[in-house]
Design a protein around this ligand. Structure first.
Ligand code: GLN
Length: 207
């Protein structure tokens, strides 16, 4: 599993993956991409990350991998990078997930808060979510599944095929269930790709 490590909360994601026994590595260069089962795009500052993606010539490759079906999970600023419509971001983003998000939409006075989320895909107990100057998901496309909403409010965790997005930071709390969910997606896809790429099993008498 790769964690985009240009800026932001990448170390915490790497630590969470390691706690789960997953093989994980930071991604900073094109050479770090081959062989990954998935990629986490962490929280941080979306403008800076978008600029670095372009400056380091990672932009086209990462976008191509997302389009080819690589599991990717954007947390907070990471989701801003994945969104097709990132309102308030002036840089080009990856634009692969059919959601509209507005940067810094919760305003300064409430720019950080926590909430207990019911997440049916994870089961009980509720997931304690930490929001730090997070974006707000304002619209989701037809193919996007809402995994969790803020109590009485808008979606905060979404999934579209192999793409996962959370406006909060699961890497900052000890609950590793979102990381487990994402790892399972990566494993499923890797198994499918392996099945496709291998020749038919040979019969017992084949030489
Ligand atoms: N406010 C940040 C941005 O717009 C996102 C905050 C975060 O990732 N915690 O890029």
């Amino acid at each position: 599993m790769g964690v985009l490590a240009l800026q932001g909360a990448f170390a915490e994601h790497l630590a969470a993956l390691e706690k789960l026994g997953a093989e994980a590595r930071p991604v900073r260069l094109l050479a770090d991409l081959p062989g990954l089962e998935g990629l986490i795009i962490p929280g941080g500052e979306s403008t800076t990350m978008a600029r670095l993606l372009a400056a380091l010539e990672l932009y086209d490759q990462v976008k191509g991998l997302a389009r080819d079906g690589m599991p990717m999970w954007g947390t907070c600023a990471g989701l801003i990078l994945l969104a097709k419509n990132a309102i308030g971001l002036r840089e080009a983003n990856l634009g692969v997930m059919d959601v509209a998000v507005r940067r810094n939409a919760y305003g300064r006075q409430v720019d950080s808060f926590e909430a207990d989320l019911e997440v049916p895909a994870l089961g009980p107990p509720p997931f304690r979510a930490v929001f730090i100057r997070s974006p707000r998901i304002e619209a989701v496309g037809a193919g996007v599944e809402v995994l969790a909403c803020r109590p009485g409010g808008e979606p905060v965790a979404v999934r579209q095929g192999q793409l996962l997005g959370t406006t909060f930071h699961p890497e900052l709390t000890p609950d590793l269930r979102f990381h487990q969910l994402f790892l399972r997606q990566g494993k499923k896809r890797a198994a499918r790709a392996k099945g496709k790429g291998q020749p038919e099993p040979r019969g017992r008498h084949d030489r």
